[in-house]
Design a protein around this ligand. Sequence first.
Ligand code: HEC
Length: 106
Amino acid sequence: MKVKVILITLLTFFLASYLNARGNLSTKPVEVFKGCAKCHGKDGRNEAYGRAEPLAGRDIEELRESIQFFKDSTFERKGVMLIMSRQVKHLNEQDIENLAEYISKL
Ligand code: HEC
């Protein structure tokens, strides 16, 4: 009986984290950008710890190239680069294009 309770608790925990992880894997620019906004600002105008120029209003092509670069690179234990890379790994070319367009229009 006790084992059953523990199993159900564990299952609930895994299901919850699975759903949570899936939520972060959205390909919609608005959803993806929520992750970026933590550092770059909701309106894309933060300087991300003073280390990046604001993203809002940048050239689409430049943004597309940077995002593609984050996706293609394997940053091992490289702080923010690794975080950005993880946030865009699941995007395909069209998703990246859409995200770049979204950011350039912020
Ligand atoms: C953990 C904080 C953090 C998150 C989350 C984050 N970034 Fe960044 N980003 C930075 C920092 C810091 C830099 C500057 C990196 C450097 O050059 O050292 C940067 C640089 C960039 C640059 C290059 C800017 C330049 O100055 O050339 C782009 C483009 C960018 N981020 C896009 C994104 C996108 C798109 C996302 C979401 C998918 C994202 N970032 C998520 C912190 C973050």
